[in-house]
Write a protein of this length. Structure first.
Lengths: 492, 205
């Protein structure tokens, strides 16, 4: 039997009179089973699946003779390991002439997902399908992501869905198998952290700049063991796309999940989407959703405050997302860091990035610009980049890739003529996928190449072996493409 | 999963902070659909450097990794755990782990041991000073012991914390899915209580 009464002290049960946070309310409503000395067993309302972290989980099911408990609460897409060129439509062959997938190892992985989804009855959006796209872009777009839900995916950026007030977190492949088999997950209760962003974001400063500043303030491990709730005027004023950008990068501060309380912005985003409730269901859902925001007397384990009004475009200089500063600043001197570990880390980062302390960040030249990813691959992001690029040209020697987050985003962008803005400027207009964010598909950089990228990670080799990444907003990415060095649109 | 009760072996000191899972195993290795055979991908980019700690003779056969804080941050890829275990590691010691990595490790029989910074640093010093130093990670006693003369008291003894449930599951080598399926009735009961307006992924209108 599991360890029971003997052992560590029992945490006091929360009194009913004490306020609860948004995350605690969702948690409490999804507990299937709670037993002393054991993690809570949480029900999972939606499981998102993609080709990279699922094949071993499906194999595990077959090996144990288990099925998928709720294929109707499971949805799959091909995003991480598919090309973004040559995808001319749905139904393309995976093998032989006309297949956009040229790497035989990648082909096997995509085939495995198709076979697994067919065998277990899971709805799949294959490459080229009008509904295909990055897992974290398509679920909100379909209206599948709703406030108060528990959502998991074998991908750390699942925190994106917290933008709609869902408790959403990334899991490993063993947990993917667990959810497929049981539609539940045993989970230890996380601690609660509030990130209060007061004031108004200045003109020209985006959600991406805001979250990069938050990560720089709390560090890559600052949110470990916590879920973050983003609060304050600046958060309330963000669009759904901006909120998704913020919640998306919660994991880069170490947090399991990031949430924003649902409000009218959330409800108007959801209304009328294919999987949103309708009629009486919509009214019932609204009543529930309005009960979710954190109670005024709820207590957070930790609170961090940031002044939005003081923010300016932010950019990373190092090899983790917390190694960042305002674009107007210079590469820091590692010697100025008191902590020996942080100093060594910064020294190593500067050596890898081939940067010298004191160099103004705006002097850093790039050869690649990437606009896309689950962080910044939505229509609003593409509009922001296009607004900067319109009537201008990508600098000679700079390769710019614009990769929509989904085929629906691609179609909507083309409807508005954004594709024409990008191609006229000299950028490449691609089909949907994770692309250069993680360099699993052919969209990679070579050793020593340097990018301004709207993605979420600047780890060593993230965008290709030996590649160097500076994380930026779509606006800064576009301005950088024009000048060939890290640039804010205001300085064009 | 094989039970983990106690493990003794030589250790490698990796003095780097923020070792993300992209470093532990780069994305190009994630195209594989198998659960084994990831040893060649472990720290693939760093191993290209002859000076890297795993390329030193003293590291051959080591089974305990002692790393800087924030080990295993970033991507949820469980391949990082598979790469470490395929290479031969049974335990990783750090001041702090990425949550998803730590969770994945306990599913794959790799013990993540959280110790205060000073203890991690003392262990690294001891291991670097004596390449024959044996580190024992004793889950039963919730204790790490290191170095010292054969048959004599260890040079370092430090206690670590781990929750009772995870410890029990690791020591018994239990599979989470079988444990959860014991509560299939509770799951079915919960499902009957779910609101009918909650979305189904199966069909759109």
């Amino acid at each position: 039997m599991p360890p029971g009464v003997a052992g560590s002290a029992v945490p006091a049960e929360r009194g009913t009179s004490m306020g609860r946070t948004l995350a605690q309310k969702i948690w409490d409503s999804r507990v299937v089973r709670s037993a002393h000395g054991e993690p809570d067993l949480l029900y999972i309302d939606l499981h998102l699946v993609h080709e990279v972290t699922s094949p071993q989980a499906f194999d595990g099911l077959r090996l144990a003779g288990r099925g998928v408990r709720r294929p109707d609460l499971t949805i799959a897409t091909e995003d991480h390991n598919v090309p973004t060129t040559g995808v001319t439509g749905p139904g393309l062959p995976l093998i032989g002439p006309g297949s956009p997938v040229t790497d035989p190892v990648s082909r096997v992985q995509v085939e495995a997902l198709r076979k697994n989804c067919a065998e277990f009855g899971i709805r799949l959006f294959p490459m080229g399908d009008a509904g295909q796209g990055i897992v974290h872009v398509i679920s909100p777009q379909l209206g599948l992501t709703q406030p108060g839900m528990t959502i998991v995916c074998g991908d750390s950026h699942t925190s994106t869905h917290g933008a709609l007030g869902a408790l959403a977190f990334g899991i490993g492949t063993s947990e993917v198998e667990h959810v497929l088999a049981t539609q539940t997950l045993p989970q230890a209760k996380p601690a609660q952290m509030a990130v209060n962003v007061t004031g108004d974001l200045p003109y020209g400063v985006s959600a991406k700049d805001l979250i990069l500043a938050v990560i720089a303030q709390i560090g890559t491990g600052g949110g470990v063991g916590h879920v973050i709730e983003y609060r304050g005027e600046a958060i309330r004023q963000l669009s759904m796309a901006g909120r998704m950008t913020v919640c998306n990068m919660s994991i880069e501060a170490g947090a399991r999940a990031g949430l924003i309380a649902p409000d009218d912005t959330t409800f108007s985003y959801l209304e009328g989407r294919p999987h949103a409730p309708q009629g009486a269901g919509w009214e019932a859902a609204l009543d529930y959703w309005r009960s979710l925001p954190t109670d005024p007397d709820a207590v957070f384990d930790r609170e961090v405050t940031l002044d939005a009004a003081a923010l300016t475009p932010f950019v990373t200089w190092g090899t983790n997302p917390a190694q960042a500063g305002p674009l107007t600043s210079a590469v820091p001197d590692p010697q100025s860091l008191a902590d020996p570990g942080a100093r060594a880390s910064a020294e190593r980062a500067l050596a890898y990035m081939d940067l010298r302390p004191g160099t103004p960040l705006t002097d850093i030249r790039v050869d690649t610009v990437f606009v896309g990813s689950c962080t910044n691959g939505r229509l609003e992001d593409l509009r922001a980049a296009a607004d900067v690029l319109r009537g201008r040209k990508v600098s000679g020697g700079v390769r710019m890739l614009v990769v929509p987050g989904s085929m629906e985003v691609k179609a909507a962008a083309e409807q508005e003529g954004l594709d024409a803005v990008f191609t006229a400027a000299g950028a490449q207009w691609r089909s949907a996928g994770c692309s250069m964010c993680l360099g699993m598909n052919p969209d990679t950089m070579g050793p020593g190449e340097r990018s301004a990228s709207t993605s979420n990670r600047n780890f060593e080799g993230r965008q290709g072996k030996g590649s160097r990444t500076h994380l930026v907003s779509p606006q800064v990415a576009a301005a950088t493409a024009i000048t060939g060095r890290l640039t804010a649109p205001a300085d064009l | 999963m094989d039970p983990f009760v106690t493990h003794s072996g030589r250790a490698v000191s990796l003095r780097r902070n923020n070792v993300d899972t992209d470093q532990i195993i780069p994305a190009e290795y994630l195209k594989r659909v198998s659960r084994a055979g990831f040893a060649d991908g472990l720290f693939a980019a760093w191993r290209a450097d002859p000076e890297f700690v795993l390329n030193q003779p003293a590291a051959v056969g080591a089974t305990v990794l002692i790393a800087g804080p924030d080990f295993g941050i970033g991507s949820s890829r469980e391949h990082a755990v598979w790469a470490l275990t395929d290479y031969g590691f049974r335990a990783v010691i750090s001041e702090r782990f990425g949550d998803i990595f730590r969770n994945n490790a306990t599913k794959g029989g790799l013990l993540p041991v959280r110790l205060p910074a000073a203890a991690v640093s003392a262990l690294q010093d001891a291991v670097e000073a004596d390449q024959d130093c044996v580190v024992t990670v004793d889950l039963g006693a919730r204790e790490v012991r290191a170095c010292g003369p054969a048959g004599g008291p260890p040079l370092i003894t430090v206690a670590f914390e781990i929750d009772d449930y995870t410890r029990w599951r690791l020591m018994e080598g239990l599979d989470d899915i079988s444990l959860t399926l014991r509560h299939a009735d509770d799951i079915a009961g919960f499902e009957r209580s779910r609101a009918d307006w909650l979305p189904s992924a199966a069909q759109a209108r």
